[in-house]
Design a protein around this ligand. Structure first.
Ligand code: FAD
Ligand code: NAP
Ligand code: SF4
Length: 692
């Protein structure tokens, strides 16, 4: 390890002395459920996944949640640590992490009423709004059984070689459910007064500390801002923190928002480090009382620069980043080696991590498809693989072409990357203009640097022809897509008048947009275009105070749970968003982010119409009908009509190249435009490049 003196990140890379052990820096890899935890078959794979992050020098890793018993299951047969046999399997993980010089804690997660399981239990028989099962109310003996399960789990974690445990007390899970009256209506010693409601975490911590000894890390994840009605008051939060310290916690981690809260807490549109102030509030209060227990802050911290300033401003003693370690396992090492510009930044899209979890798929990462696939998707140098070095052309520097070109060059092939545009990125150059998608620029910064590091020859402003590509051994066509033309009657005249714009023209600033706007097509791009128009010139993501007002996030010292009435700014356009399909608009958006986009549009009075037929465009606007009643037309008044009707593959070079005998591969939109997204584009580009 180098010293931290010559680094741009002195706070981040400073060791943290916990008395009985020292963490090498201030970075915690926060707990993430990847799906590898469930069942018994993934321990080797999990070991490699965590070992890779330990090699990347993160200070302390926290595993995904493991239930202490079956009543705490997140879903049937979810990962559980309740027997010595299970502890032996876990030792595979701890050995692998320790061999790389890392430290790892096991998260104990009891989901309570959030369990997708008929066996779920809770303080009171109150179903959650986000799960289908009504929990069984625990008897006093039942509560005692749960406490013993937590303690047993912690002891087994120690037996398995973990350096500590994180007791999950936030996000609305079991322990959190005891803390607030919203979910705890008991009248025995576990309910009623706050002293009674907070007894559960304190009992768990005290007995755990007694069972594991002094030299074992216990992190308590404390909900500092519930963001639900009737959430904890600030006095209660502070009282709990004091109690948690007294009961034996080594570190307090920050929890923001219950899962059922209707305020985004980790999506890409949340301002960076947007909740660090909450941890600071508690830290300042505890420090004033002489309590020096380290506090960890979290949520939307994704670059070393942001993490450093969070620490430098005294918000916390450590930062927790979770998804950034899917995006780049070597985040800390690169920061330490002054190679921060080489970090593959998490763009907080949730598309390949959380959305996968909800679809019962193994989590990975949109920008790093090797995440959790380390044992399977290997990038082997061609010298090692005994493959011949080839001269390969990649046409198109969108996400698919960028992933393919840099992976091929990393393996040792001679790669030339062409793009007709003046900059790399393809459609990501449009995506990054959407308010709340500013993070997409980071992916382009990463690839720009990656092109330099791997030695790809980049030729911009080059719209290549089949003739240009004949000298290459192989050609990858990553030429993307072209917008679908919905061919509405009167559309051509509307285009000539400047009334009809494609989403590309709109986002490139070509065209004048009137007050009333009709959007044809309500896929991801239709929604994005609506948000672009509503927030034009003022991204809430870049204005944290405005963002908090918009969603109704308040000071928990003034309002319980920090929940205020949302106060959105007046919309800048009157928008109608349409699709031909009947049913809810935005149904195909991401599971964990679609609700945010729908809520944002509703808050700005966007009218959403499903089941429409587009009959004609006239200077007054767009004429539509519904279902079979085609003659019964209705005018949607519109000064501007934006076409977002999906896309078609662009692969005109394929046929002439194949006719000339050149070996051609298609990736990304060029291969298939339907349901294309950057996740698929990057995955395809990477996998193909790994195989050539
Ligand atoms: P493209 O990105 O289309 O790149 C193709 C490239 O090929 C272009 O740069 C083009 O100039 C070049 N090219 C074409 N023909 C030639 C030629 N003959 N010679 C040289 N160069 C050529 N996806 C997500 O996953 N999540 C999102 O949140 C998201 N948001 C989006 C928001 C907007 C507003 C838009 C427009 C798209 C969004 N997408 C999102 C979609 C995502 O950007 C695309 O799925 C992805 O860019 C497709 O990658 P690709 O490499 O296949 O093609
Ligand atoms: P899309 O999601 O396929 O949506 C296309 C829209 O056009 C749909 O509403 C579709 O609905 C409509 N449409 C299709 N054919 C039409 C026709 N002939 N006439 C009129 N309307 C038609 O595609 P997209 O919005 O262009 O997005 C492209 C890709 O980028 C998507 O696959 C998406 O995954 C990705 N993206 C993702 C995000 C994200 O947040 N994850 C954001 C932006 C983009 P009807 O057929 O019902 O009319
Ligand atoms: Fe981050 Fe998106 Fe990767 Fe998840 S999928 S880790 S949110 S970049």
């Amino acid at each position: 390890m180098s010293t931290t003196s010559s680094t741009a990140f002195p706070q981040l890379l400073a060791p943290l002395d916990l008395g009985f052990t020292t963490l090498k820096n201030r970075v915690l890899m926060g707990s993430m459920h990847t799906g590898l935890e469930d069942g018994r078959k993934h321990f080797e794979r999990m070991a490699e996944y965590f070992a890779e992050r330990a090699r990347g020098e993160v200070g302390l890793i926290v595993t995904g949640g493991f239930a202490p018993n079956i009543e705490g299951w997140a879903k049937p047969f979810a990962g559980t640590l309740a027997t010595s046999g299970a502890a032996r399997r876990h030792a595979t993980i701890t050995r692998a992490v320790h061999a790389e010089g890392g430290k790892i804690a096991l998260q104990i997660l009891h989901t309570g009423r959030y369990g997708y399981s008929p066996l779920c239990v809770a303080p009171s028989r109150i179903q959650s709004p986000i799960t289908p099962f009504t929990p069984r109310e625990l008897s006093a003996r039942g509560v005692e059984r749960q406490i013993r399960a937590f303690v047993r789990c912690a002891k087994l974690a120690r037996e398995a070689g973990y350096d500590g445990v994180e007791v999950m007390g936030s996000e609305g899970y079991f322990i959190n459910q005891f803390l607030v009256k919203h979910t705890n209506q008991r009248t025995d010693q576990w309910g009623g007064s706050y002293e009674n409601r907070m007894r559960l975490p304190l009992e768990i911590l005290e007995r755990t500390r007694e069972a594991v000894g002094r030299d074992f890390i216990i992190i308590y994840r404390l909900s500092m801002l519930d963001l639900i009605p009737d959430g904890s008051s600030w006095d209660e939060v502070a009282q709990l923190a004091r109690g948690v310290v007294k009961a034996g916690a080594t570190i307090i981690n920050t929890g923001i928002g219950w899962h059922e809260a209707r305020i985004p807490t980790i999506a890409t549109s949340v301002p960076r480090a947007g909740f660090a102030w909450v941890t600071k509030k508690l830290r300042d209060q505890l420090r004033a009382e002489g309590i020096t227990t380290p506090l960890i802050t979290s949520n939307r911290i994704n670059t070393p620069e942001v993490a450093e300033s969070v620490l430098a401003e005294g918000n916390a003693d450590m930062v927790s980043m979770a998804r950034p370690f899917l995006a780049d396992p070597h985040f800390v090492k690169k920061a330490r080696e002054n190679r921060a510009d080489e970090i593959n930044t998490c763009i907080a899209c949730n598309q390949a991590c959380l959305d996968h979890t909800f679809a019962q798929k193994i989590s990975t990462c949109l920008v790093n498809p090797r995440a959790a696939y380390e044992t399977e998707l290997k990038i082997v140098p061609i010298a090692t693989a005994s493959a011949p070095r080839r001269k390969i052309a990649v046409v198109g520097a969108g996400p698919a072409g960028l992933a393919a070109a840099t992976t091929l060059a990393e393996r040792g092939h001679a790669v030339t990357l062409f793009d007709a545009a003046a900059e790399i990125g393809g459609q990501f150059n449009l995506a990054k203009k959407i308010p709340g998608k500013e993070e997409f620029s980071e992916t382009l910064r990463y690839f720009r640097r990656r092109i330099e590091v791997t030695g790809v020859e980049l030729q911009l402003n080059r719209r290549v022809t089949a003739e240009d590509l004949k000298p290459f051994d192989e050609v990858l066509l990553a030429t993307g897509v072209t917008p679908r033309d919905p061919q509405i009657k009167g559309q051509a005249e509307g285009e000539a008048r400047g009334q009809v714009l494609s989403y590309i023209e709109l986002l490139q600033g070509r065209g004048i947009v009137g007050q009333k706007v009709a959007i044809v097509g309500a896929g991801g791009i239709g929604f994005d275009v609506a948000e672009y128009l509503l927030e034009a010139g003022h991204s809430l993501t870049l204005d944290a105070a405005a963002w908090r007002r918009h969603w109704g996030v308040g000071d928990p010292a003034e309002v319980r749970g920090g929940l205020l009435r949302p106060a959105p700014e007046a919309p800048r356009h009157q928008i109608t968003l349409m699709q031909r399909k009947a049913g809810k608009l935005g149904a195909g958006l991401g599971k964990t982010t679609g609700w945010i986009h729908r809520a944002a549009l509703k808050m700005k009075n966007v009218e959403m119409l499903g089941g429409v037929n587009y009959e004609a465009i006239t200077p007054e606007g767009l004429w539509v009908s519904y279902g079979e009643k085609r003659a019964d037309t209705q005018l949607i008044e519109a000064d501007t009509i934006v076409l977002c009707a999906g896309q078609l593959p662009l692969r005109e070079l394929q046929a002439p190249l194949e006719a000339a005998g050149v070996k051609v591969h298609l990736v990304g939109g060029a291969l298939e435009a339907g349901e294309l997204d950057a996740k698929r584009a990057i995955l395809q580009g990477t996998r193909l490049a790994a195989s050539l």
